[in-house]
Design a protein around this ligand. Structure first.
Ligand code: GLA
Length: 694
């Protein structure tokens, strides 16, 4: 395997098919249970387990004294039973001795509270003692198992920053100062960037600078923004520390660390570039009838973070979690359906937390592949076995990819800056704005990629910018060039407002984009909760809007919608402008979903972007392709039967009989049903739909 180009397709030759399995915690059980475990794993066609994630205290019960015997035995047993191992570095939860011997390794909150052992993740990412102990453990594990035949992947730490995303202790303060020195070079530059002439905040010595600890009132926003950058970077340093040790000892084994979807504290664009395989943990709430839209969105993010490469759904639950106020069961078929949603959107692995439900501890009521009730006569186990059986037959989809012509720009720095208080409104949530764009496209089955400010935009016809509050000049120029070159772009209110130091771009909002948009924004009018206005959408009537109004003057653009009331009634709410060879749209408010849907349908039609397939409401369609083969995933999120018209023959890879579907015939999908229709592309490489109904 080429160590510099490791991805799933490279080592999937070693695995028969899609990865299937979950977190395995054999150290919670007597060894007799292990024998039953591996026998059941075979029965369910489990081929991969994530092993030892929370085993540090068992592996190193006393500092410097390691106990690997039990891990040797279970690694060997798994290998003998055909189960591969995603071996954890076990650094996610330090043993209690670390806190006792190095109390300064414990994290401290903004207001000075120490977070003690007794749960998990109680370490400061800047703690020298933690980093040294973690590094030693990782070297020991990697050296011991470097040649073990079961080892196929390293699982570094676990859900970095899930519980502790920032630490305000003195060591963290010192690390922050050092990070600032590297970023700014001089105090003069820092004072300028932070705008410290305001409120007597000028710094004359680096030692005067602190993390944004609890203060009397609003903290300097650039200080907060730099703190968020610093926290993401320094937790990334912990990851890199482990990764570099593993690379040195096992250069051919790919590394991953499990992400958490749209997780605000960590800039996953920076992280994803430093790991071999992107993986994600997703726990959609079965009580929320729209959770599959959020899940599709995060799965598209995962695919995009890996630049289109396959990724792994590292954790989900078979049925119910234990950490919501009420933990609703997944209905029969729902776990299977949501698993295929991940495969459709690029996953090559379907994994769970956890293999066997615990008897004790904080997660004993969390679902598992093997539930407390056991495997005989258990609905969960039957579904687990069925899915394992099906996935074991799906090797042919392993190399296929999803292609999108629409991109949503997703920038963590802008997200952080947007949501720092002291804005005209604290009600703008970046993720809600992203969803406002994503949901209508999902409903129409139009594939979407997420892009970073640095991504190449040339392969997209449409770029969407939900609230790009902070933008670098170079990014603004690239976006302007995208439109000038023929692209279609849609931008929401409160975009293009500040540079990377959170300083206003003067010259009327949104200064870096005014010429490209053909407008200027004179004032912002944020709404109080519950307040609404309306927009008159030319040719389509009146729609509700909420959250915010920009007061817009046209400077060449045309108004596609105008406000219905207030002192700016009749002024533009939505504009359109020809710029170079392309077209820009600007949306000055948050219209109701139906109006967003109309707007995006218009932009897509104008750009020649078509839905993957016309299907009944509630049916998700995703197309993956490779070479001359295409796979159309049809996923019925309704709990009732639907019928879908096809106009080209295809075989359903999930049908029991693998029967062909006649041209122009109907395919019937039961409630929560899934079909994967395989077909041949007659002109591979040419952008051509396999299925009709466009
Ligand atoms: C996270 C963690 C797991 C487990 C699950 C429970 O995803 O990584 O260790 O706690 O949550 O849902």
């Amino acid at each position: 395997m080429d160590a510099n180009n490791k991805d799933l397709s490279n080592f999937s030759a070693k695995t028969p098919t899609v990865f299937y399995g979950g977190d395995y915690n054999p150290d919670q059980w007597p060894e007799e249970v292990w024998l039953e475990d591996v026998q059941l794993m075979r029965e369910a066609r489990v081929n991969l387990v994530s092993l030892g994630i929370f085993s540090w205290a068992r592996l190193e019960p006393v500092q410097g004294q390691y106990d690997f015997d039990w891990l040797d035995r279970i690694m060997n047993l798994l290998h003998r039973n055909g189960v591969m191992v995603d071996l954890a570095t076990a650094t996610a939860s330090p043993p209690a001795w670390l806190a006792l011997q190095y109390p300064e390794s414990l994290p401290v909150t903004k207001d000075g509270t120490t977070l003690w052992p007794g749960s998990r993740q109680q370490y400061c990412p800047h703690s020298k003692a933690y980093r040294e102990a973690a590094a030693l453990l990782v070297s020991q594990i990697a050296t011991r198992y470097r040649n073990h035949p079961a080892l196929v992947m390293w699982h570094i730490n676990n859900e970095y920053a899930c519980h502790v995303s920032e630490c305000f202790c003195d060591a963290s303060a010192a690390a922050f100062r050092e990070w600032l020195r590297q970023r700014y070079g001089s105090l003069e530059r820092l004072n300028d960037a932070w705008g410290t002439s305001f409120w007597s905040q000028h710094y004359a010595d680096w030692a005067e600078i602190n993390p944004p600890r609890t203060t009397p009132t609003q903290i300097n926003p650039t200080q907060q923004l730099d703190w968020q950058r610093f926290c993401s970077d320094s937790i990334l340093e912990c990851f890199q520390l482990e990764r570099d040790i593993l690379r040195g000892i096992t250069p051919a084994i790919p590394v991953t660390t499990n992400f958490m979807g749209f997780f605000k504290p960590l800039d996953y664009w920076k992280w994803a570039g430093r790991e071999d395989i992107v993986s994600d943990d997703a726990y959609p709430d079965p009580s929320d009838s729209t959770s599959h839209v959020d899940t599709a969105m995060r799965f598209d993010l995962m695919r995009s973070l890996g630049q289109g490469k396959s990724w792994i759904l590292m954790e989900q639950v078979t049925s119910q979690v234990n950490w919501r106020p009420q933990n609703v069961l997944k209905r029969p078929g729902q776990m299977r359906m949501w698993s295929y949603q991940a495969v459709a959107r690029g996953a090559n692995g379907i994994m769970f937390f956890q293999w066997r439900a615990s008897r004790s501890g904080a997660e004993k009521f969390h679902g598992a592949l093997v539930p407390h009730v056991g495997t005989t006569n258990s609905r969960v186990w039957r579904e687990v076995k069925q899915l394992g059986q099906e996935l074991s037959q799906l090797s042919e989809v392993l190399y296929s990819r999803v292609t999108a012509e629409v991109a949503i720009l997703m920038d963590w720095e802008s997200w952080w800056a947007l949501e720092i208080p002291s804005k005209p409104s604290t009600s703008i949530s970046f993720i809600n704005q992203v969803k406002a764009y994503y949901a209508p496209l999902f409903a129409k089955n139009i594939p979407v990629d997420f892009v970073s400010p640095e991504s190449d935009l040339s392969k997209y016809r449409v770029v969407l910018l939900p609230n790009l509050y902070l933008v670098k000049e170079s990014t603004a120029q690239r976006l302007n060039q995208f439109v000038a070159g023929g692209g279609k772009l849609v931008m929401s209110f409160f975009s293009g407002i500040v540079n990377e130091e959170d300083h206003i771009y003067l010259g009327c909002y949104p200064a870096p984009f005014r010429e490209m948009l053909g407008i200027r924004v004179e004032e912002f009018d944020p709404y109080v909760p519950g307040q609404t206005n309306s927009i008159n959408l030319a040719g389509y009537g009146e729609y509700k809007c909420e959250l915010w109004s920009d007061v817009i003057d046209l400077e060449g653009a045309e108004a596609l919608a105008t406000y219905g009331s207030d002192f700016y009634a009749g002024k533009p709410a939505l504009t359109r402008y020809h710029y170079g060879k392309g077209v820009s749209y600007y949306l000055g408010t948050q219209p109701e979903a139906a109006a967003m849907s109309l707007l995006l349908a218009r932009v897509c039609a104008e750009a020649g972007v078509k839905p993957t397939l016309a299907v009944p409401e509630g049916v998700e369609v995703v197309r993956r392709e490779t070479g001359d083969s295409a796979y159309l995933f049809l996923i019925n999120h309704n709990n009732t039967n639907v019928e879908i018209t096809l106009d080209q023959p295809a075989s359903n890879l999930l049908s029991q009989k693998n029967e062909s579907v006649e041209a122009a015939s109907l395919i019937s999908l039961e409630g929560y049903g899934v079909a994967i229709l395989a077909s041949k592309i007659s002109n591979p490489g040419i952008d051509q739909p396999v299925m009709g109904n466009k």
